[in-house]
Write a protein that binds this ligand. Structure first.
Ligand SMILES: Nc1ncnc2c1ncn2[C@@H]1O[C@H](COP(=O)(O)OP(=O)(O)OP(=O)(O)O)[C@@H](O)[C@H]1O
Ligand SMILES: [Mg+2]
Length: 228
C-alpha cells in the first residue's frame, strides 16, 4: 500500500525566547484508504501534529510528504492548492460561514477551487445533504442549526471536493453519544465507499477502538502505535 501521508523527523518547538518543544522526532506514515485514530492526553501535541500533517502549520524540523510530494519546499499558493485538492478538514469548532446557507457552505470548497456550479456539482452537494440528513435544513443559514446539524454540515463541506484524506480534530467532541455514533458510522461508510483516508483525533474511546489503527501521543512522542 502507498503512503498518502508521511512524516519524517518532525519536531515542533514553540516560542523564541522561552522555547517549548511540543513534538519530538515523529516518524509516521498513513496508508491510502486507512482509518486511523489519534488519542492522548490534553496538551500532548495531537492538534499540533494534525495541523502539521495537514500543512496548516510548519514543523520546526523534519518533512511532511503528501502523496509522495515534499511539502516543505512548497510556496503558500502551492500548499493552498494541494490542500484544496487532497485534504478535507473537520474541526471541533466547525467555522461555518454564518451569513451563508447550509448548501452554500457545503459548496464553498468547490467555489474556492474556482469551479462552476454544474448540474453534476449540484447533484453531489444534494447527495451529501441527503447522506448527512440535512435535507430539511439545507436552506437554513448556518446560524439557524443545532450543534449536530452544524457538525454534519461541516462534514459535508469537508467531503465536497472528494478529498483523498480527511483530517478530523475531535469531530464528535460536542455531540451526544448517539449522534457521535451516527457521525462515526458515516465516516466509516465514506472510508469504505470512496477509499478516503481518515486521521481522527478523538477522546471518544468507542471511536478510537473501532479504527484500523490507534496511535497514542504522550508528551510529543508516539507512545503506542497499534494496528488491527
Ligand atoms: N501557538 C502556540 N504557542 C505556544 N504553545 C503552544 C501553541 N499551540 C499549542 N501550544 C502548546 O503545545 C502543547 C500541545 O498542544 P496541542 O494543541 O497540540 O495539544 P492537544 O494534544 O491537541 O490537546 P487537547 O486534547 O487539549 O486538544 C500544549 O502544551 C500547548 O500549550
Ligand atoms: Mg487538540
Amino acid at each position: 500500500m502507498d503512503n498518502i501521508i508521511k512524516m519524517k523527523g518532525v519536531e515542533k518547538i514553540y516560542g523564541t525566547n522561552i522555547k517549548t518543544q511540543v513534538l519530538y522526532d515523529i516518524n509516521l506514515s498513513f496508508e491510502a484508504g486507512s482509518f486511523n485514530s489519534i488519542i492522548g492526553q490534553s496538551g500532548s501535541g495531537k492538534s499540533t501534529l494534525l495541523n502539521i500533517m495537514g500543512t496548516l502549520d510548519n514543523p520546526t524540523n523534519g518533512e511532511v510528504y503528501i502523496n509522495g510530494k515534499n511539502t516543505t519546499e512548497m510556496t503558500k499558493n502551492q500548499l493552498a492548492n494541494l490542500r484544496n485538492d487532497m485534504l478535507g478538514f473537520i474541526f471541533q469548532f466547525h467555522y461555518l460561514l454564518p451569513e451563508f446557507k447550509v448548501i452554500e457552505n457545503i459548496l464553498m470548497p468547490h467555489y474556492i477551487k474556482g469551479g462552476q456550479l454544474t448540474s453534476d456539482v449540484e447533484k453531489r452537494a444534494e447527495y451529501l445533504i441527503d447522506m448527512l440528513g440535512l435535507t430539511k435544513v439545507k436552506n437554513n443559514l448556518a446560524t439557524q442549526l443545532s450543534g449536530g446539524q452544524q457538525q454534519r454540515t461541516a462534514i459535508a463541506r469537508a467531503l465536497m471536493n472528494n478529498p483523498k484524506v480527511i483530517l478530523a480534530d475531535e469531530p464528535t467532541g460536542n455531540l451526544d453519544s448517539d449522534t457521535s455514533e451516527d457521525v462515526y458510522n458515516l465516516l466509516r461508510d465514506i472510508n469504505k465507499q470512496f477509499n478516503t483516508t481518515f486521521v481522527i483525533i478523538t477522546h471518544d474511546q468507542r471511536i478510537a477502538e473501532k479504527a484500523d489503527r490507534i496511535i497514542e501521543i504522550n508528551d510529543g512522542r508516539i507512545n503506542m502505535d497499534f494496528k488491527r
